[in-house]
Design a binder for this molecule. Structure first.
Ligand SMILES: NC(=O)c1ccc[n+]([C@@H]2O[C@H](COP(=O)([O-])OP(=O)(O)OC[C@H]3O[C@@H](n4cnc5c(N)ncnc54)[C@H](OP(=O)(O)O)[C@@H]3O)[C@@H](O)[C@H]2O)c1
Length: 359
């Protein structure tokens, strides 16, 4: 492999644009090629980002010997066919979220990567954001005691376009696949796979879920309350609740930079947690600002700044895996991606929502 990892960008839409800007923060990445459905779009995108090789089809990009890995940024319904095509051409793939329309598609994608011994990863960039990684560490350290509940959401009022990818059922439209994937992936990151799934949705003008909610129950008694919408201005954050306090994940949920730790006053004056709890916290290897916050200042946000635009973290993980010869990331393993897709299927099953051509 070359000293730099050579990326090929499949599609020229808005996320492809952001991802390429993220790659610019990775010194070991080189963007060698872009492929589009049209030569004109490939040329425009290539010129804008200084990408030398511009292909008039996705197939030509996948066949380019100057590409080590393909990033796929097409609408949800194309993730499966585009990924299969790249894998068949011998290229490792980083595929945008949601990984596929359903679990059946995800199974085929994963089987194709494994049988060819090629790297494949769901581009769930949230998992590589510093605050989200710190959150899991804090919970594992017992900072808020026994963790019992998660509340998470993502939503905004999207301008209605029946032919746009957010509302068109043929493109996998609806809040669940586009936005719900974040709170759901966060629930998996913190609590693992749920044993029980309940849900409710309001299907809108094009038949996709414009407002939806899911409740996950876990074998260990934990509960996750999750909601997503294309119809309202939602907080788009999360709260993890434990026996000794809670941690707020400040919005936006997909790239937070601040966490607030709120410790419950178990006895004594309002601002002071119980001494034995403070002693326990003192034994943990907490960063200094967090220790100070835990020692009595309520609701003080802790900053975990993002360096770059956020997409660089997932890109770095992909390149670490490729250099180490790993076929998947330990932080978003393919079996977990598949479990998430199965859970998305379970969430929408009671709604009767089907995406045309989702076989
Ligand atoms: N990780 C994130 O933060 C994030 C953020 C936004 C979106 N996404 C994901 O990225 C994917 C694309 O979202 P986007 O917002 O970038 O969409 P977009 O702006 O509409 O771009 C999608 C691109 O896909 C290609 N495409 C192929 N067939 C298409 C079709 N039938 N209709 C429209 N475009 C088609 C087009 O590129 P060519 O014309 O060059 O072929 C188009 O520019 C979605 O799956 C979404 O969930 C992820």
């Amino acid at each position: 492999m070359n000293p730099k990892i050579r990326w090929g960008i499949l599609s020229t839409g808005s996320i492809a644009d952001s991802f390429v800007r993220g790659l610019r923060f990775c010194p070991d990445a080189e963007i060698t090629a872009v492929g589009s459905r049209t030569a004109a779009a490939a040329d425009r995108f290539g010129a804008r980002h200084g990408i030398p090789r511009r292909h008039p089809s996705y197939e030509a990009l996948a066949a380019d010997p100057n590409v080590d890995i393909v990033y796929i940024g097409t609408p949800h319904n194309l993730h499966c066919p585009n990924t299969l095509m790249c894998l068949e051409a011998g290229k490792p793939v980083l595929c945008e979220k949601p990984f596929a329309l359903n679990a059946g598609q995800a199974e085929r994608m994963i089987a194709a990567a494994r049988s060819r011994r090629l790297f494949l990863m769901e581009a769930m960039w949230m998992r590589f954001i510093p605050a989200i990684r710190e959150l899991r560490r804090l919970l594992a350290d017992g900072v808020i005691g026994d963790v019992r509940m998660l509340e998470a959401d993502f939503g905004f009022p999207a301008p209605f376009d029946p032919h746009g990818r957010l509302f068109d059922p043929a493109l996998g439209g609806g809040a669940l696949l586009d936005l719900g994937i974040y709170p759901i992936s966060l629930a998996f990151w913190l609590f693992g796979p749920p044993s029980r799934v309940e849900s409710l949705a309001v299907l809108g003008r094009t038949g996709v879920d414009e407002k939806s909610a899911a409740l996950f129950g876990y074998e260990n008694g934990r509960l996750a309350v999750l909601h997503f919408t294309l119809a309202a201005d939602a907080p788009s954050g999360a709260v993890v609740m434990g026996t000794h306090g809670r941690i707020h994940v400040h919005p936006p949920i997909y790239r937070p930079e601040r966490l607030s730790l709120v410790l419950k006053n178990l006895s004594g004056p309002a601002s002071k947690p119980r001494p034995d709890w403070l002693r326990r916290l003192g034994r943990l290897s907490l960063p200094a600002p967090l220790r100070k916050a835990a020692a009595g200042h309520r609701d003080r946000p802790l900053a975990f700044p993002i360096r770059g635009n956020g997409y660089n973290y997932e890109a770095q993980e992909v390149m670490r895996c490729l250099r180490d010869g790993r076929l998947e990331s330990a932080d978003i393993p393919l079996d977990e991606t598949l479990d998430i897709m199965r859970t998305l299927d379970r969430v929408r099953a009671p709604w009767g929502l089907k995406y045309p051509g989702e076989a």
